[in-house]
Ligand binder design. Structure first.
Ligand code: ZN
Length: 420
């Protein structure tokens, strides 16, 4: 059947299909991008209808299709950013000079800056102000090639504001952005709960017994995340939160092993989390636990660069057989990078992934960690036509010419952003 509004992306130098099933690619399998040369893609009703190099197979269906000439260009899936905190109010540009002059992130955090300063501005912002700021941010991110976004709360640390952040995230979803949401109420201990062990314990209880149930009841979150690290939440506190979330039917993610071997990765494995994120410090035992339990290892190399921390050893993780994803961590403090295609390049130079592994990490593997790899992250029949058209005949230019404006056009469900 011929459909109106069909689009033929014709004769690309490379089509990065990432063909295969919906499971995350592990280890060296991440290097196989399923590249087709001189291939075309037929899109119908916003979905990929056909991919191949023999147009004769679909000759009868092409008469009404709009044709986009892709000669000497690359077609690849839209990027999937599986770890962002992009809904926040205010900014922390004022910390830049302090940090560049050597002030430590953990010290800024302990002094009431860092996360808690974003909590103050986010609590104080109206729903609309928060939405408008976040909308501008996510639009820029999409112009840089990201078409699917995970968004965490965690700048509320109370029910009202966590709910406000997640509602804004859902509103962005209603505006046509592909969004998965995560409740990160356990991002930091709020100012009002500091000072005594009892107050701290009461906050963890508040998350488990009030915040998570209310947010689940309203359908505001797909995942629950916990910042399990030095200066944030202990292993037993994090376990409490993740156990409560799991009982409510939420899938789990963990901020783990950013500041040391602080137990987050082990806990992510124990709890069967979808993803363990950061992983700057990971020994052979922890690596093996993540591999055995199928937790996706999500690297955030932009944050290492900004904070002057070591990079996660992505090479060791891929060689150790893990499924690796890479994400922006876009947040107001430790890394406000919005351009995931640049973070892809940093993952190569910093974490020593190959360009192919890094592409897999920001597309299919990120999608798998969000449970959306049946919809996005590959170029295959039936998946959403979220596509990037690159102004080059070799995708490795994303790394070679890192940061250059190589993305000629971003398509969401077959629609060019520049024509919206
Ligand atoms: Zn984060």
């Amino acid at each position: 059947m011929r459909g109106s509004g069909d689009i033929l992306f014709e004769n690309a130098a490379q089509v990065l299909t990432l063909r295969g099933d919906a499971a995350p690619r592990r280890g060296l399998a991440m290097n196989d991008l399923g590249i087709l040369e001189g291939a075309s893609i037929l899109v119908r009703d916003g979905k990929i209808q056909w991919v191949g190099d023999d147009l004769g197979e679909v000759q009868d269906e092409l008469a009404d299709a709009d044709v986009i000439d892709c000669r000497s260009k690359v077609l690849m899936p839209g990027l999937v950013d599986s770890h962002t905190h992009l809904v926040w109010a205010g900014h922390r540009r004022d910390e830049l000079e302090l940090r560049l002059a050597g002030a430590d992130y953990e010290a800024i955090f302990a002094a009431g800056g860092g996360i808690l300063s974003s909590v103050r501005s986010t609590r104080g912002a109206s729903d609309d102000a928060l939405y408008e700021q976040s909308l501008r941010r996510i639009q820029r991110m999409r112009r840089c090639g990201t078409t699917t976004f995970e968004i965490k709360s965690g700048y509320g640390l109370d029910l009202e504001t966590e709910r406000k952040q997640l509602r804004v995230a859902r509103r962005l979803g209603a505006e046509g952005f592909r969004i998965k949401t995560t409740c990160l109420a356990a991002h930091a201990v709020p100012e009002e709960s500091k000072g005594s062990q009892a107050a701290r314990a009461a906050f963890v209880q508040e998350i488990c017994e009030r915040i998570l149930p209310a947010i689940t009841e309203e359908g505001l979150a797909d995942f629950c995340d916990v910042f399990c690290d030095r200066g944030a939440f202990t292993i037993s506190e994090a376990r409490e939160v993740l156990t409560a979330a799991s009982a409510l039917g939420l899938d789990l993610r963990v901020h783990a092993n950013e500041f040391g071997h602080t137990g987050g990765a082990v806990l992510a494995a124990e709890m069967g989390a979808r993803s363990a994120d950061h992983l700057l410090h990971l020994d052979a035992h922890e690596t093996e636990l993540l591999r055995e339990t199928g937790v996706v290892a999500t690297l955030l190399p932009g944050t290492s660069l900004v904070l002057g921390k070591p990079f996660a050893d992505g090479r060791a993780l891929v060689d150790g057989g893990l499924a690796v994803a890479v994400a922006s961590d876009c947040n107001p403090g430790s890394c406000a990078f919005e351009n995931l295609s640049m973070v892809l390049a940093i993952a190569c130079y910093g974490c020593k992934l190959s360009p192919a592994e890094a592409v897999c990490a920001v597309t299919h593997n990120a999608a798998a960690s969000l449970g959306v790899s049946e919809q996005v992250g590959r170029i295959d029949r039936g998946l959403a036509a979220d596509l990037l058209l690159l102004e080059t005949d070799d995708y490795r230019d994303l790394v070679y010419h890192a940061g250059s404006p190589l993305i000629d056009e971003v398509f969401v469900a077959g629609e060019a952003l520049s024509r919206r």
